[in-house]
Design a protein around this ligand. Structure first.
Ligand code: DX5
Ligand code: ZN
Length: 214
């Protein structure tokens, strides 16, 4: 399992140490959540913090933009050191154009779906995608409960990917712990994001190892 701890649940008073913990862990990527208070009812961190994290991070940065008009922030995201740029289908009208621009900027292109958005919305762009991020909570906050219907949705996405010959990997975000991560892995997820399960653990690196083994 690819494991991407979510910085949202880190101790922001010790941000450098938290990033160093990730550097010295079995984590594959660091997931960074950006919120604008418009697309989601919360505001998290923005580009100056992301840029600082990017300077010390030695793993690929998986940036999840929960913002309106994410296509306006492609070069800024790249310049902060992002390897993967996730934009929401619901936040971007010209998705095909945005995906092309993300790839032209040298990043992996990922499209994120809210829990209420069906997989079929990606049918005509799936072949262009490096990753699909399925939200297993309504985005905006860490520490929420995993929405059980996500498991069947992972199966429907896997079926679409296979039918279309897409190489997209499936990442799942929200409410991931050992139990829900196991269910997601069985359903066909390639990657999981975990915030509170990792940063709320007594031993975060052990929590990462637990998810790696799923
Ligand atoms: C939620 C964010 C998630 C969040 C996950 O809007 O996209 O990445 O940090 O946190 P947990 O793992 O605590 O649900
Ligand atoms: Zn996220």
């Amino acid at each position: 399992m690819i494991v991407a701890p979510s910085l949202l649940s880190a101790d922001f008073t010790r941000l450098g140490e938290e990033v160093e913990m990730i550097n010295n862990s079995d984590a594959d990527w660091l997931h960074v959540d950006v919120m604008d208070g418009v697309f989601v009812p919360n505001i998290s961190i923005g580009f100056p913090v992301m840029r600082a994290v990017g300077r010390v991070l030695r793993k690929p940065m998986d940036v999840h933009l929960m913002i309106e008009n994410p296509q306006n922030y492609i070069s800024q995201t790249r310049d902060c050191g992002a390897a993967i740029m996730n934009i929401h289908q619901e936040a971007c009208v010209h998705l095909d154009r945005a995906v092309s621009a993300i790839k032209a900027a040298g990043m992996k292109a990922a499209v994120t779906l809210n829990p209420s958005t069906p997989v079929v919305m990606l049918e005509d762009v799936i072949q262009e995608l490096d990753m699909v991020l399925l939200m297993s909570v309504n985005p905006g906050f860490g520490g929420q409960a995993f929405i059980p219907g996500t498991i069947a949705k992972i199966g429907r996405l896997r079926e679409l990917i296979e039918r279309s010959g897409s190489k997209a990997v499936i990442e799942v975000d929200g409410g991931i712990n050992e139990r829900t991560g196991t269910d997601a892995a069985r359903a066909g997820a390639d990657a999981v994001v975990a915030g509170s399960f990792v940063f709320g653990a007594a031993d975060p690196r052990q929590a990462i190892r637990t998810l790696k083994q799923l």
